[in-house]
Design a protein around this ligand. Structure first.
Ligand code: ADP
Ligand code: MG
Ligand code: MG
Ligand code: MG
Length: 400
């Protein structure tokens, strides 16, 4: 079995059975396909006799979107596997263990995290994750610092970068996040009751300028190796544990894009609280928890990143007085802008979020959508003036 083809369950089982460290004994395995089938197959392979299990994730050569499919490079599976391995080195324990990769079959065999919950789902069910901000700020500080020109030799970085050229998946981001939501594109999926708000955004030239600046940064600023798709659907959690999955969008880009992604998704959840919280007191508590998580995520990242810079920095020039403060201020501003852009497209762009879309009452859903748009728009408009994470918190509080 070598040439690429989508695996049958029997083939997925055969591949999994070769993982000696998980299945040292020969009892039979069973498979269940659990992916959403849009871009990838995800097989959950278990040995009923021992309860041991693995995940086999295989890329499909197309994406199913807007009713048809468009071709998508299988090389993203190699990129995903290499990014997972690198993240595992730089941020131990914060990604699944990788047991086997096969670039030709476009697959990765990895640790089964079914004892965790996807964070988006966990938040919707009312879960709180007290270790999350600490863990994710560790993940971000370590993966971003050690793949940047601050934390790795600049010539090595250029050579590493060449292995993470990811044009197809970058194009998805360039179009779906930085272009389509700002015009009447076919890919948008707009509920009638917020069409006026989308149309106002299509006419908002001040906003278009800020988005053009963010898009330019995404296209050109090869600052560090990003995860590239770090929303709450790419993070498995328990109250004690955090594991980041699904880095198929990995490429060298602006760090703020990765830091802004979880913030955007926490804010989308914030915007949906009228529905998910039982009463006003619960809503106040829940919103305070979400904003505190955002605050801890940024302040933890800022503290850890500066510490790495001071203790592990490889670049003499980067010790110039005032440079670190200037760099961190720009990083915060990028984070704020990208958080806004990532939140905005989730309201009426191609792929929405369950936090808002599963609100059954249309009027409550509309209020959540308008609140999310107001927060997102203000983050984008004000990102170049941001001085502190408190600016993000004030924008969310003022809009709610
Ligand atoms: P896609 O790129 O298609 O979004 P993901 O890597 O996000 O694929 O996986 C899709 C789903 O498959 C996840 O939401 C999760 O339910 C399941 N899954 C993926 N990886 C694992 C894992 N390591 N352990 C358990 N479930 C997983
Ligand atoms: Mg998916
Ligand atoms: Mg995913
Ligand atoms: Mg994915």
């Amino acid at each position: 079995m070598s040439k690429y083809h989508p695996l049958s369950e029997a083939e997925a089982i055969e591949i999994a059975s070769s993982i000696q460290e998980v299945f040292p004994t020969g009892e039979p395995l069973v498979s269940r396909e659990i992916g959403d089938g849009n871009l990838n197959l995800v097989f959950h392979i278990m040995q009923p006799a021992t309860g041991r299990s693995v995940i086999v994730k295989q890329a499909l050569p197309y994406a199913k979107v807007v009713g048809e499919s468009w071709p998508l490079s299988l090389d993203r599976a190699r990129i995903e596997a290499e990014a997972l391995l690198k993240q595992g080195e730089l941020a131990p324990g914060l990604v699944p263990a990788v047991y086997k990769t096969d670039a030709e079959l476009a697959l990765t065999v990895m640790e089964d995290l079914s004892d965790h919950v996807i964070m988006r789902r966990g938040l919707i069910e009312g879960g709180t994750y007290p270790a999350f901000a600490e863990h994710l700020s560790d993940f971000l500080a370590n993966t971003l610092f050690f793949t940047s020109d601050l934390g790795m030799n600049q010539q090595d970085k250029k050579k590493t970068l060449a292995g993470f050229i990811n044009p197809d998946l970058c194009k998805i981001t360039e179009d779906l996040i930085f272009d389509d939501p700002y015009r009447d594109a076919d890919t948008n999926s707009i509920e009638d009751h917020i069409r006026d708000a989308a149309e106002a955004i299509w006419r908002d030239e001040t906003l278009h300028l800020e988005v053009a600046l963010l898009r330019e940064k995404f296209l050109t600023h090869a600052q560090a190796l990003l995860h590239g798709d770090l929303h709450t659907g790419s993070i498995f959690v328990t109250p004690e544990s955090t594991k980041v999955i699904d880095p198929e969008f990995a490429y060298f880009g602006p760090m703020g894009f990765d830091i802004g992604a979880p913030i955007a998704n926490l804010l989308l959840h914030f915007a949906s609280q009228e529905h998910w919280s039982a009463d006003e007191a619960a809503r106040r508590d829940r919103r305070a928890y979400l904003l505190e998580t955002i605050r801890e995520l940024w302040t933890g990242f800022d503290r850890k990143f500066r510490k790495l810079w001071d203790e592990k920095g490889v670049d003499r020039v980067a010790r110039a007085k005032g440079y670190q403060d200037d760099y961190m201020r720009r990083l915060l501003q990028d984070t704020v802008g990208f958080a806004g852009a990532k939140a905005l497209r989730r309201v009426y762009g191609l792929a929405h979020v369950a936090d808002i879309d599963t609100i059954t009452d249309a009027a409550a859903r509309e209020r959540a959508q308008r609140l999310a748009l107001a927060i997102a728009r203000n983050l984008i408009l004000r990102h170049r003036q941001a001085e502190s994470i408190e600016d993000v918190i004030r924008i969310a509080e003022a809009a709610a």
